[in-house]
Ligand binder design. Structure first.
Ligand SMILES: [Cu+2]
Length: 70
């Protein structure tokens, strides 16, 4: 168990629908324990267990919802 927090910059989130879509997609990944979306900044903070999930998976889940992620 090694808990990490990733701060991701996400393009294209504009409303609570976007927020929920991103939260839902990330929440499905095993090892993700919390997701917080800041629409004003366009950032998503994800707390996850780095021995279970990796940052590539987090980004892929966001991209899969149609948002740009760095
Ligand atoms: Cu939206």
């Amino acid at each position: 168990m090694s808990k990490e927090t990733a701060e991701l910059r996400v393009d294209g989130m504009s409303c609570s629908h976007c927020e929920n879509a991103v939260k839902k997609a990330l929440g499905k990944i095993p090892g993700v324990s919390s997701v917080s979306v800041n629409l004003d900044d366009g950032t998503v903070a994800v707390e996850y267990d780095a021995s279970t999930a990796d940052i590539g998976q987090l980004k892929a889940a966001i991209a899969g919802e149609g948002y740009g992620v760095m």
